[in-house]
Write a protein that binds this ligand. Structure first.
Ligand code: PLP
Length: 456
């Protein structure tokens, strides 16, 4: 079934190579039919959903986005995501598909693989995981049997659900042993990691998580994995963008496999990816497809390739370093206002803050900040006395505001606005103080617009 104006959607395959003039003519006609007017098409066909897209853009533009795992991806990445590559079934890998008609998507995937290998200095890359959780599932599929033991960071201390939480497949199907942070330093308790590894001799040792503000000692983990005969896996979802921008050390030389999401600091489309040593390549590819997934999302793989090219540019290195400088400033400015950074600060794009000093829970903080136009999330802190859905902390991150062009001066202002929102408002957007802070937020984001309108 073809919907809409069939004639304007058809682009027939060229019988012979196009002249440059013809190519440009055709490009312009495609531009009008698919990319130039697609929002117009959507809004006339489905105003309800078009309205949601517009109001989400307003929401993004109108507030301060401090969720550490989010970013504002580029129009070029969004164009690839909204392309006809979404239509193509391409089970398998380039050159070995289970469907015909894969010549063009093969090119996109091969370009993406080459770019990932070059950017991360990896032997092998797989761009097909639909998400970070899918990439992680593939690691278990490649190296473990149900019931095997894995060693990972505990969720309440900064790990991730897919690292053995009981509510995830990883904790249901595998025997997860967890390490945590040291009570004094609040950083990974490396002595505990070593003790548990020697005691349990796990199949997999995992480093990485969702709320770890400090650099991880990959060499320590590598040596320990070798000592106990484990596979060393780094889940770099949060910080891989900083590695791509050469702002922090890379886990790739140390780990057997590195999985990550592509939509956090990296600033690509929503999705997952893995890079690994050559010796594990075939095993991991088979674990992604056909063990864990069906057809890859080829539009998303093309968008990942676009993003990897962006990350290889000098401007991205400047960005990655600024993300860290901003996170450090934000963490210390919040600390000066009694909102204590866990571990005393950060080496990365995020900081975790203990709110007990200002007598506010994480849940209330999230609501109070939200009412003032500041989007952040509640987060458990290590040894948290509150249950996870209340929590004593917040997590803040700088990927989005740095993409908008903000620097350390703006981080000082943001810390002040967060402090005011948390201590002087009540989570009601009509609260007079919340309205006043929202006005300051609007001024600030107006100077650094997300997705600026052309000409602004
Ligand atoms: N691993 C880590 C460390 C993460 O932080 C996340 C998501 O936040 C994931 C895996 C899962 O990624 P996704 O939400 O794409 O499944």
């Amino acid at each position: 079934m073809i919907q809409g104006d069939e004639a304007t959607h058809r682009v027939s395959a060229p019988a012979r190579p196009l002249s440059r003039l013809r190519f440009l003519e055709r490009l312009m006609s495609i531009d009008q039919t698919f990319y130039g007017s697609d929002f117009g098409q959507l809004s006339s066909q489905d105003p309800e959903i078009a309205g949601v897209l517009l109001s989400e853009l307003d929401r993004l533009r109108g507030g301060l986005q401090l969720i550490a795992s989010e970013n504002l991806t580029s129009p070029a990445v969004l164009a690839a995501l909204g392309s006809t590559l979404s239509n193509k079934y391409a089970e398998g890998y380039p050159g070995r598909r289970y469907y015909g008609g894969c010549s063009e998507v093969d090119k996109a995937e091969m370009i993406g693989i080459a770019r990932a290998k070059a950017l991360f200095g990896a032997d092998h890359a797989n761009l097909q995981p639909h998400s970070g959780a899918s990439a992680n599932l593939a690691v278990y599929g490649a190296f473990c049997q149900p019931g095997d033991t894995i060693l990972a960071m505990s969720l309440p201390h900064g790990g991730h659900l897919t690292h053995g939480s009981k509510v995830s497949f990883s904790g249901k199907w595998f025997n997860a042993v967890h390490y945590g942070v040291d009570k004094e330093t609040e950083d990974i308790d490396y002595a505990q990691v070593a003790t548990l590894a020697r005691q349990h001799r796990p199949k997999l040792i995992v480093a990485g998580g969702s709320a770890i503000p400090r650099l991880i000692d990959f060499e320590f983990f590598r040596n320990l994995a070798d000592e106990v005969g484990a596979i060393f896996w780094v889940d770099a979802a949060h910080f891989i963008g900083l590695v791509a921008g050469k702002a922090i050390p890379s886990p790739v030389p140390y780990a057997d496999v590195v999985t990550f999401t592509t939509h956090k600091v990296l600033r690509g489309p929503r999705g997952g990816m893995l890079v690994c040593k050559e010796e594990h390549a075939a095993k991991l590819d088979k674990a992604v497809f056909p063990m864990m997934q069906g057809g890859p999302l080829m539009h998303c793989i093309a968008a990942k390739a676009v993003n990897l090219h962006e990350c290889a540019q000098p401007a991205y290195e400047v960005y990655a370093k600024q993300v860290i400088a901003n996170a450090q400033q934000l963490a210390s400015s919040l600390g000066e206002r009694g909102i204590r950074p866990i571990t005393g600060g950060t080496d990365t794009h995020l900081s975790l803050h203990d709110l007990q000093g200002i007598g506010v829970t994480g849940k209330d903080a999230e609501a109070r900040a939200g009412a003032a136009g500041i989007v952040l999330n509640k987060n458990a802190i290590p040894f948290d006395p509150q249950p996870p859905n209340t929590a004593s902390g917040i997590r803040v991150g700088t990927p989005s505001v740095t993409t908008q062009g903000m620097g350390t001066d703006e981080m000082k202002l943001i810390a002040d606005l967060i402090h005011q929102a948390l201590t002087q408002t009540d989570g009601d957007p009509d609260n007079a103080k919340a309205t006043e802070i929202r006005g300051q937020v609007t001024d600030l984001v107006g100077r650094f617009p997300a997705y600026p309108r052309s000409g602004s």
